[in-house]
Design a protein around this ligand. Sequence first.
Ligand SMILES: NC(=O)c1ccc[n+]([C@@H]2O[C@H](COP(=O)([O-])OP(=O)(O)OC[C@H]3O[C@@H](n4cnc5c(N)ncnc54)[C@H](OP(=O)(O)O)[C@@H]3O)[C@@H](O)[C@H]2O)c1
Length: 333
Amino acid sequence: MGYKVSIVGISGAVGQKMLELLEVSPIKVDSLRLFASNKSLGKKFPFRGKKYKVEQFDETMDDDIVFFAISAKFAIEFAKKIIGKVGKIIDNSNGHRMMLDIPLVVPSINGKIIKKKDKIIANPNCSTIEMVLFLDPIYEAYGLKKIIITTLQAVSGSGLRAVSALYDETRDFIENRSVKNKFYPHPIAFNVVPFIGHILGNDYSDEEIKMTNETKKIFGDKKIDIFATTLRVPTFYSHFETIFLESKLPIDIEKLKKEIERDPLLRLLDDKKNYNFPMPISSAGTDIVDVGRMRYGKNKKELFSVISADNLRVGAATNAVRIAEYIVDKHLI
Ligand SMILES: NC(=O)c1ccc[n+]([C@@H]2O[C@H](COP(=O)([O-])OP(=O)(O)OC[C@H]3O[C@@H](n4cnc5c(N)ncnc54)[C@H](OP(=O)(O)O)[C@@H]3O)[C@@H](O)[C@H]2O)c1
């Protein structure tokens, strides 16, 4: 038996990637509907040999799997309208992630929490997904007390308008025109914007708080101390992160490296002879998290490392499609 599938937000950065990944997914799709705003109505996108027209969001939909790749505001509004009629909604936005009764899922880590009765499954933040995929084997083997992260996030993390802004600002700079900010509060070309989202009353940005809260929810562990600093940098694809962690038990780096090499979701790039380490240009376009520069701090319970992963794939669409595959595989629909 196949499934009735829809993607809401098909014309965006995440929606496009989701269609690309669904194309090669083992999920049998009997019918596909694609939605976006009025601006994109009538555009056509190919899928498994046929072309599908973009439609206006339809409250009467009765699809089995609905992917949301839209803003949190629309995700909450649209979910309310269709929740009783559809099978499962997989929401990429921030809208449902911290709601107590909604599972926040990275399937390889906590897929088991999804129940047949769950209607909405939240996809975590892009920087959170790549970080927890790296941390999971460490959490399982050595326990985690503290994590301090700095992210260097690509502009595609803010959607397609931000990608165009970086192109345009870069062109203005190279062609000797004055560079005006076209998307972020400051120019992004040849710059670093030292915050992502809004600065809150506690002086952290909402992106930083998302990483903290979501990581605790995914591991089901409120005791880990997590501090994030999230930065926007002028790269197009793949988020890079530097991570310092304190474990409960001493870490055996060589053993951990072997585990990373065996893990199909991670790739060890820690070749100091050839200076081959994780970089956005090597992780972009892949479905794995690159890990490297691993070294101890003052003892074996302190570890420094860097990671890099494609924010639109690993950090969004790949995880969303993996959630759908998990649901189908476990007959949760
Ligand atoms: N980019 C990332 O790396 C990333 C990672 C994880 C999660 N997310 C989350 O995923 C969601 C989508 O992000 P994105 O980067 O793909 O944004 P985007 O490129 O700006 O795309 C937004 C999408 O929403 C659609 N949309 C807007 N208004 C709509 C309406 N009234 N009805 C139906 N569709 C509507 C847009 O359609 P039109 O083109 O027709 O306007 C477009 O397809 C956001 O919540 C974002 O926070 C993004």
